[in-house]
Design a protein around this ligand. Structure first.
Ligand code: SF4
Length: 469
């Protein structure tokens, strides 16, 4: 397939195709499918920032749904990924670290950095790298810990000048001892915008333009990476985001407002109001019960919102308070009541099981809370339940994760109690692997290579390899 035909096969708007001649070629890789990766704002933003530099050409690669023997080629020009000067991975989910190994293998590149003497420079960043860069440091020449914005210019200059990127602040190698003080923090989010720039039909949230309006969260729940690994909580101002929203409005009528605690944005009413006056619909990615005012709910309903999402995490106030989540059952119920009165009929609630100190009664309280809300508001309720994973850099980093068998028992108890609620639960074995990867580093690199090399494997088989001495 010729280069132009190859990129057209994706039926995208906004694809950037540049001549390679005399430029540094960056292969920007999301180590999961096109569908998931095209909903990732780091990919959109890095693509735009890199390509804005006249000395750089940046092309994307996503993992195909079926891993084949075909060599990985970029979307834009069908160029072999292995021929790029730089391969840059963005990792936002721990288990995708295995796909980094797989992609390097598919390129014919030795996955361990120490085994390489030639070939592209391999770098990585993303949310996981912000709290556990050593999960992937063995496979990379350098990993960026934290936000990209403060170092993006220096990184591009180093690549163009072919200097050592490991010298850049926040860059971690296998030699580096992790010190969270070195994590890069973009103090002024207004300087660079993070939003969708390539539009396609085959992506999660394909009907929306997405824009990050805040990073971090002011609430500090003890288990939460969004709060503790992306401190301090910061917002992008109304004036700074509007030009990007106007640009996105040419392609999509629905605008997804992205961030950990979007409804707390100090200008959220002004943003939603302005979007509506432009004929666009605001869609906040996260909501907090106390912040769901009648005014905000009215604006969201005018924009077509038919459902709200809340995250009580625990079924009662005692466990919630212990986890640092300060929201009462009354506040949750009255937020749902206000939503119902505004014309919203359904609520999705997120819970976590396995929190430190949790008892069976705490799990039964999840059911009681959902029953109370349905009874007092008349709303339809669906619930998602995940399993507590201690994450590095959070106050609960050293807490114990519940065993897989215990997690199954707790989830079974929850399932047996729930009535009239659509419940989706996390797979306990997958959570166990995620727990190992969240806290694992160079010592599991060889096991990760073994798993990646074996090809398709069940979670039980993966756990057997990970527990080998
Ligand atoms: S409110 Fe949500 S995003 Fe904020 S710290 Fe708590 S769990 Fe994290």
């Amino acid at each position: 397939m010729r280069a132009k035909e190859h990129s057209q096969a994706y039926n995208e708007t906004g694809t950037i195709i540049k001549n390679h001649g005399g430029k540094i070629r960056i292969g920007l890789v999301f180590p999961n499918s096109y569908r998931v990766g095209m909903a990732n704002l780091a990919i959109h933003s890095l693509y735009r920032w890199f390509n804005a530099n006249p000395d750089i050409v940046c092309e994307r690669y996503f993992l195909p749904d079926e891993i084949t023997s075909k060599i990985p080629r970029t979307i834009e020009t069908n160029a072999p990924l292995a021929d790029m000067d730089v391969i840059a991975f963005s990792l936002s989910y721990e288990l995708d670290a295995l796909n980094i190994v797989r992609i390097l293998q598919m390129c014919g590149i030795p996955p361990l950095a120490v085994d390489r003497t030639k070939g592209p420079l391999i770098i990585a960043g993303g949310a996981v790298a912000a709290y556990n860069p050593h999960l992937i440091s063995s496979f990379c020449d350098a990993v960026l810990m934290g936000d990209a914005e403060p170092v993006i210019d220096e990184l591009m200059n180093s690549l163009i000048e072919r200097q050592d990127v490991a010298e850049i602040p926040g860059m971690v190698t296998t030699e580096t001892i992790i010190d969270y003080k070195n994590r890069q923090v973009a103090r002024d989010l207004d300087r660079l915008q993070v939003y969708s720039s390539v539009y396609c039909a085959d992506a999660e949230f394909a009907d929306m333009g997405l824009i990050e309006i805040g990073r971090g969260c002011p609430y500090g729940c003890l288990f939460c990476v969004a709060s503790h690994c992306f401190r301090p909580a910061r917002w992008r101002s109304f004036d700074a985001i509007m030009p990007a929203i106007r640009e996105m409005g040419q392609y999509r009528k629905k605008i997804g407002l992205v961030g950990a605690s979007v409804t707390d944005h100090p200008q959220i009413l002004q943003i939603c109001d302005e979007l509506l006056s432009m004929g666009l619909s605001p869609s906040p990615a996260s909501m907090r019960a106390d912040a769901l005012s009648t005014d905000l709910l009215a604006l969201l309903v005018r924009g077509g919102t038919r459902s709200i999402t809340l995250a009580p995490e625990a079924g009662n106030e005692t466990l919630r308070r212990k986890a640092g989540k300060v929201v009462t059952d009354d506040a949750l119920t009255s937020a749902c009541l206000r939503a119902k009165q505004a014309g919203i009929n359904s609520v999705k609630m997120y819970f976590i099981i396995g929190l430190p100190g949790e008892t069976d009664d705490d799990i039964r309280d999840i059911t009681k809370l959902t029953q109370r809300i349905m009874k007092e508001t008349g709303m339809r309720l669906s619930a998602g339940c995940s399993i507590f994973i201690p994450k590095p850099g959070t106050p609960w980093a050293n807490e114990q994760m519940v065993s897989t068998s215990n997690a199954k028992k707790k989830l079974n108890l929850l399932k047996s109690e729930m009535r009239g609620v659509t419940l989706t639960t996390e797979n306990p074995r997958e959570a166990e692997i995620q727990g190992i990867f969240s806290n694992g580093g160079m010592e599991i690199a060889d096991k990760m290579i073994k798993i990646a090399t074996e090809g398709k494997m069940s979670t039980a088989e993966m756990l057997t390899i990970l527990s080998e001495k």
